[in-house]
Design a protein around this ligand. Structure first.
Ligand SMILES: [Zn+2]
Length: 147
């Protein structure tokens, strides 16, 4: 296989082009232009796989679970944040199992396990073959396959 170096210039701190496919899961990435205010999205940042877009503030809101606490955090879209963690959007979530209020001091009401329902979708890079961080050690085919 021929190796072709593709240099991405992320050092010019402004807008930069996103790849069309997520580098971890190889799923298509949803462009920022398709985000709608108040809608929920499946994607990936360090602490969440579901987030809600606030167009007025140009950022996502998500629940973060840390030990026994669950609280609202805000995070930016990759085109607006070249340095810190961002939320990479993969698809819209039509029927979220929990609400994400667009305010910082909201209280979580719901099942905490639902927060991680989409983790395999956003973190799996092995197609259920037991190779990635989500599926490591599990029998291939025993977990939800790609959908
Ligand atoms: Zn996997």
């Amino acid at each position: 296989m021929r190796f072709m170096a593709e240099i991405t210039h992320t050092d010019n701190k402004g807008k930069f082009e996103l790849p069309e496919y997520d580098e971890l899961t190889y799923r298509p990435v949803l462009p920022k232009s398709e985000l709608q205010h108040g809608h929920y999205y499946v994607g990936r940042c360090r602490n969440a796989s579901v987030a809600r877009w606030n167009a007025n503030q140009q950022c996502f809101y998500h629940w973060r679970k840390k030990f026994d606490r669950i609280y609202i955090q805000k995070i930016k879209h990759p085109v607006d944040e070249p340095e810190f963690d961002v939320f990479r959007v993969l698809k819209e979530l039509a029927e979220p199992k929990f609400e994400i209020p667009l305010r910082k001091n909201a209280k979580f009401v719901g099942n905490p396990e639902d927060l991680f329902q989409h983790n395999a979708y956003t973190w799996c890079s092995c197609e259920g073959q037991g190779l990635c961080a989500i599926h490591f050690g599990r029998t291939p085919g025993s977990t939800a396959s790609r959908s």
